[in-house]
Design a protein around this ligand. Sequence first.
Ligand code: FES
Length: 681
Amino acid sequence: MASQDPLVVFTPSGKRGRFPAGTPILTAARKLGVDLDSVCGGRGICSKCQITPGVGEFSKHGVTVAPDALSEWNAVEGRYDQKRGLKPGRRLGCQAQVQSDVVIDVPPESQVHKQVVRKAASARVIVMDPATRLYFVEVEEPDMHEPTGDFERLKRALEKQWEVKGLRADLSLMGKLQKVLRKGKWTVTVALHRDHQAEKSTVIDIWPGLHEAGLYGLAIDLGSTTVAAHLTDLETGEVKASSGIMNPQIRFGEDLMSRVSYAMMNPGGEAEMTAAVREALNTLFEEIAREAGIDPALIVETVFVCNPVMHHLLLGIDPVELGQAPFALATSNALRLDAKELDLTAINPRAKTYVLPCIAGHVGADAAAVALSEEPGKSEDLALMVDVGTNAEILLGDKSRVLACSSPTGPAFEGAQISSGQRAAPGAIEAIRIDPETKEPRFRVIGCDLWSDEDGFTEATAATGITGICGSGIIEAVAEMRLAGLVDASGLIGGADKTGTERSVPEGRTHAYLIHDASAEGGPRITVTQGDIRAIQLAKSALYAGARLLMDTRGVDKVDRVVLAGAFGAHISPLHAMVLGMIPDVPLDKVTSAGNAAGTGARIALCNVASRKEIERVVRQITKVETAIEPKFQEHFVNANAIPHATDPFPELLKLVTLPKVSFNTGGDEGDGGRRRRRRR
Ligand code: FES
């Protein structure tokens, strides 16, 4: 490189260097370490290397770019433009050569390490750096005089053209290799997998010529009640489709402990549950690929996050040890597997699987995924992160230390065990307000933006009907009932004589609040019963007690902010969660929603291989707190039974709302009433 050689400046990186005239832009980019993509290795067929050259005065860079700073548009570019079309002003970086000083912009889609902005509230980005990538190579033809195997020549080509050192392949791949090489006339695209621990790359698949149909991975949040999968493009990070199914293991037990008991009581029960979940996963994978219109064989990676019991049942390990202290896991480390070891046969036969590490016997890979997504260990202020599900994963921490626990909330927050409860689907009440004067409700259902007292609501909901209450709806309903004075602090629903509304209807020896009655037309009668309130009280007490236990361990009485996560965490109203006493008292603007943080954690691990190393390091530094054996937990649980709480003050909440001082308990004060009832349960 001589000093009079043309100067090439890349934006947005600002990297610059001098190169002899005639140097292709792709070569200059590689030498300077500029992030410019290429799958075909500069052969002008993949179009990944597109760049936009600038012309004119660039005073910022001290460069004036002449119109002929790059070589002329060549035949390869012409052909590509004709066939596929290049955007105006674009060139192929592997074809355009430097002639004089030039400024080259690398558009985001041409960067290998693309940044994918998450849709959630935080501005966190995922840098694309997946474990599996595509490489286009030209392989030497066999030669009678120099006998070598096709695989060895493929290996040599990858080493020479892509600096891939070390290569391994399954026997099943060898069977395919010869046909594909010949079909592609000795040019092929290979998908190579190399994760953070592998020394060699593994061939996952091979296609003749240039493979343009892409590569995909699945990020899977395997929950006790639902299984959610996100089909992700491994080149762009884009989520192509998301789909979920109910966990078929529900038939063996609604919650985790009942599934552990099923395994204890029934010989072979764990194998039955393993088979059920694996079969459901294959069905889900087929469905999601169909929905996205892609060949399932292009799914080359899966990443799982799950709680410890689901973790063992997925892996085919008896979860019995997780049912009793000291809750020993068979392994807490992250796992790198072949998908076929888990019978995941609906996808590429050589696909790889990564299972995030567990934190401890009760705190699983789902909590690790929340830690990866929400990064409590990097927080300046003290953050409480709650992943609401059948089991709540709770993390409390900041830069100095992170604590974690898991609390058995049960399925009430997901609308299960609630008399009019249902899963979040069109027709389900998701939001509700109760007028404190008239005690009349108005509500909104999923699938319609109108409130029930707005014009057009009846017509707009005619198709779906009003079918029940989902998780976020029941949280709002109970909180609104408390605010309207229909429920007292101990959780008792008042009768019509005390509340002054005919919507307080008798139900056995207790009362219920009538939200919607379509029984005259053969529709549902939607109420919140005393039993529903009790189920929600148990769930929220478990959640709050878990959070309090972490706060005790940390030696604090309050936190700086709260993050609500979970498949439906995003839909929970922070104000109502606080009225209910699900979460500790903080200023309302300090409660944010992170959406499905565990699922996001899985997607980060899928798209960025370095994050796997990171989470494996981070989990070792998280202190887990065991709720099941901690006597303080019970005390916190009992106190948290009241709405919002028997003893903890909620000053921030009381700045926003007034909690009516009503009591429907005929003997004793409210708080004690709640406590006594709890003990009798
Ligand atoms: S590198 Fe493939 S077209 Fe330029």
